[in-house]
Write a protein that binds this ligand. Structure first.
Ligand SMILES: NC(=O)c1ccc[n+]([C@@H]2O[C@H](COP(=O)([O-])OP(=O)(O)OC[C@H]3O[C@@H](n4cnc5c(N)ncnc54)[C@H](O)[C@@H]3O)[C@@H](O)[C@H]2O)c1
Length: 383
């Protein structure tokens, strides 16, 4: 298989991610089938794609004629057998539940042609396990787009245990062809790269707030202005959605209990349906369901040292490097493009002093257990 053999793409699931993946694929010239279980879901998805293309026309990034051509390349289809006919690549973006994915792959396998390659947009489920449900584990890969796919430049590419190398090459090429930047996550680990760093941080920020008894805006200001994050951690969790954070937590923790120290507050917010911006309340309260920034200031940042938050981020990042999941360069690229970090994470570690970061982890480990034990890469880190 090679990238040149990919012409027709079928995207399964037309929700938050699927419609965006369909759009960027059509913009790259592919012929796309978008499949969902109800026509009304597809109608909504096609409306969103039309709206998104019209915005690009408005901003003069596309001509109306090109927008029309792109839109015409996407065919919405409910019937699965018809949707899979002739597909060179399937990209699955159905809800994040292993039982559903199992059902979907069994169904897909009964209709897909032998040539069809499989990719899943899962954020947290094991690629190897999903691949094993299919007739083609050697031609199955994780393609983790970020939300919204139309805007976010990063795609993590995750081979499963049996994925062959030409499939990896095809996936890396495909991501570039759709105008995104791929980062190879060499091992199928819980959380892949970005979520492995991001999700545990949300929990740590809550622990920090409890331990240090400071307002959320103080921690968030420090994270933003002293750790070069695009926004605070509580703010980022609200923006992402506490449902996404909670489900990723459960999945990642069940795969590897060392990756996260769960704080019950996340589940509590999820159970209360305080899901962040989209419900008007998460860690913070919002006036409506429109995107709203929290007022964070440098002055407030100066009142708090976020070294524990930094230490947890650096420790998970170090684990990824020392376990051969990604290179340091790819780690920094993923955090920049996927989380919006304005400065390299390990440059911030140097600013705080690597030995101070390690000492913070050792102190926390002595009080709260082995989750905080510093990774050897960090212990040896000299910049
Ligand atoms: N939302 C995010 O921020 C985000 C980011 C990255 C990756 N992901 C991953 O992308 C995947 C999809 O997430 P989402 O947020 O787009 O979910 P979503 O709930 O918005 O959309 C899923 C869609 O799949 C449809 N569906 C259900 N069963 C189907 C089937 N058998 N065939 C075709 N369609 C079916 C649903 O009707 C729904 O429209 C998940 O694996 C998720 O982890 C989500």
């Amino acid at each position: 298989m090679s990238l040149s053999t990919i012409n027709k793409i079928t995207v399964l699931g037309s929700g938050v991610m699927g419609h965006g993946i369909a759009q960027v694929s059509a913009m790259a010239g592919y012929s796309v089938v978008l499949r969902d279980i109800e026509q009304s879901f597809l109608d909504k998805a096609m409306e969103k794609i039309k709206w998104s293309l019209s915005k690009l026309v408005e901003k003069q990034k596309l001509s109306q004629a090109d927008a029309d051509k792109i839109f015409a390349r996407i065919t919405p289809i409910v019937d699965l057998k018809q949707a899979l006919r002739g597909a060179d690549l399937l990209i699955e973006a159905v809800p994040e539940e292993m039982s559903l994915k199992k059902k979907v792959y069994t169904e897909v396998d009964s209709f897909a042609e032998v040539k069809t390659l499989y990719a899943s947009n899962t954020s947290t489920l094991p690629i190897t396990e999903m691949a094993a449900l299919t007739s083609r584990p050697d031609r199955f890969i994780g393609l983790h787009f970020f939300n919204p796919p139309q805007l976010m430049p990063l795609v993590e590419v995750i081979p499963g245990g049996k994925t062959n190398n030409s499939m990896v090459d095809m996936a890396m090429g495909f991501v570039q062809k759709v105008g995104k930047q791929p980062v190879l996550c060499k091992k199928d680990v819980a959380g892949f790269i970005v979520n492995r760093v991001f999700i545990p941080l949300v929990h740590e920020a809550v622990f920090c707030q409890e331990r240090d008894n400071v307002p959320m805006t103080t921690i968030d200001s420090a994270v933003k202005f002293r750790m070069s994050f695009p926004m605070g951690i509580f703010e980022l969790a609200d923006y992402t959605g506490l449902d996404v954070v909670h489900k990723a937590t459960v999945e990642m923790h069940s795969r590897d209990s060392k990756v996260i120290r769960p704080h019950p507050k996340i589940k509590q917010l999820f159970d209360e349906k305080s899901l962040g911006q989209k419900t008007g309340k998460g860690f913070y309260e919002y006036k409506g369901d429109k995107y709203e920034r929290i007022n964070l200031t440098e002055q407030e940042a100066s009142r708090y040292n976020p070294i524990a938050v930094l230490a947890v981020a650096a420790n998970n990042a170090a684990w990824l490097i020392s376990n051969g999941v990604c290179s340091k360069q790819d780690l920094e690229k993923a955090l920049k493009l996927g989380m919006g970090l304005k400065k390299e994470l390990f440059a911030t570690v140097q600013d705080f002093g690597a030995s101070n970061v390690v000492k913070t982890l050792r102190d926390l480990a002595a009080r709260h257990g082995p989750f905080y034990e510093p990774d050897q890469y960090l212990v040896n880190y000299r910049g």
